[in-house]
Design a protein around this ligand. Structure first.
Ligand SMILES: [Zn+2]
Length: 47
C-alpha cells in the first residue's frame, strides 16, 4: 500500500483516501475533509 503525508497535519494517509486535491499538477492527499479545506484555502502555506 502506498502512503502519502498529509501536508496539513503531517499524518500518513493512504492513496485510497477520498480526500485529495490537485494543485499545480500535483496530487495531494489528506486524512479528512478538514485538512483538505485548510489546504485549499491556502495551498502555498503547505507546499
Ligand atoms: Zn490531516
Amino acid at each position: 500500500m502506498e502512503e502519502y503525508i498529509d501536508p496539513v497535519c503531517k499524518m500518513k494517509v493512504s492513496k485510497d483516501t477520498p480526500y485529495k486535491t490537485v494543485y499545480k499538477g500535483r496530487v495531494y492527499y489528506f486524512c479528512c475533509e478538514h485538512c483538505k479545506e485548510e489546504f485549499e484555502k491556502n495551498p502555498e502555506k503547505y507546499i
